[in-house]
Design a protein around this ligand. Structure first.
Ligand code: DX5
Ligand code: ZN
Length: 219
């Protein structure tokens, strides 16, 4: 199971002055997806990347772009991110009044639809709409910044979501984001995660370390 876990480096921890090069380097180092953290200074207390940056990065990698929207509202910007090359677009339920409508909009635009759980968000928010979901992302930190400490309380939630996915016989990736390191990755995988986002743990040490850093997360 550990061998097949998806590793999605978060470019939030990369050198923003050399983003294209950084994305090429993580692909060469064995990354599976590219995790893009979009923040608006409103839904979370930080501002990062917009659709034009995603568009500029698209020619640098063949990997799926896993775009994590930490913006409110999200709906008016989904089309721009899909057109820019996002493969997965994930939204927080708290970002808008109609999660189901938002997920349908993402799929209609041709991308895969993800739901992100803040540490306080209950799994039941997706209970009646598993049909509309292509990715589940569990935050193991409060969103907004890289380099935070993993919240072990979220392991029980990962287990609960794994049970929900399995009970319906679905093949929805279950991704964890925040404080994922070689120490916490095995806990996530044991709880049922199939994809891991990691910023600090992938990008530390410079490009010559990326392959070893990614391998260490696979366990
Ligand atoms: C935080 C982001 C994360 C972050 C993870 O809001 O969603 O993707 O970059 O960073 P690390 O791996 O450093 O905790
Ligand atoms: Zn993220």
């Amino acid at each position: 199971m550990a061998a097949s876990v998806v590793i999605a480096p978060s470019i939030l921890a990369s050198d923003f002055a050399r983003l294209g090069e950084e994305v090429r380097a993580i692909e060469a180092a064995g990354a599976d997806w590219v995790h893009v953290d979009v923040m608006d200074g409103h839904f979370v207390p930080n501002i990062t990347i917009g659709p034009d940056v995603v568009k500029a990065l698209r020619p640098h990698s063949k990997l799926p772009f896993d775009v994590h929207l930490m913006i409110a509202p999200a709906d008016p910007y989904i089309e721009a991110f899909v057109n820019a090359g996002a493969d997965y677009v994930s939204v927080h339920p708290e970002a808008g009044p109609h999660l189901n409508r938002t997920l349908k909009q993402i799929r209609k635009l041709g991308a895969k639809a993800g739901v992100v759980f803040n540490p306080s968000t209950d799994p039941s928010v997706i209970q009646w709409m598993m049909d509309e979901i292509d990715l589940i992302l569990v935050m193991s930190i409060n969103p907004g910044f890289g380099g935070q400490t993993f919240m072990h309380s979220q392991l029980r939630k990962i287990e609960a979501l794994r049970r929900m996915i399995d009970a319906e016989g679905r093949d929805i990736p279950l991704e964890v984001d925040g404080g994922v390191t070689p120490d916490t990755a095995p806990l996530c995988i044991a709880a049922g995660a199939t994809a891991l986002v990691a910023g600090t743990a992938v990008f530390r040490g410079g490009a010559e370390m990326y392959a070893a850093n990614i391998a260490a997360l696979r366990g």
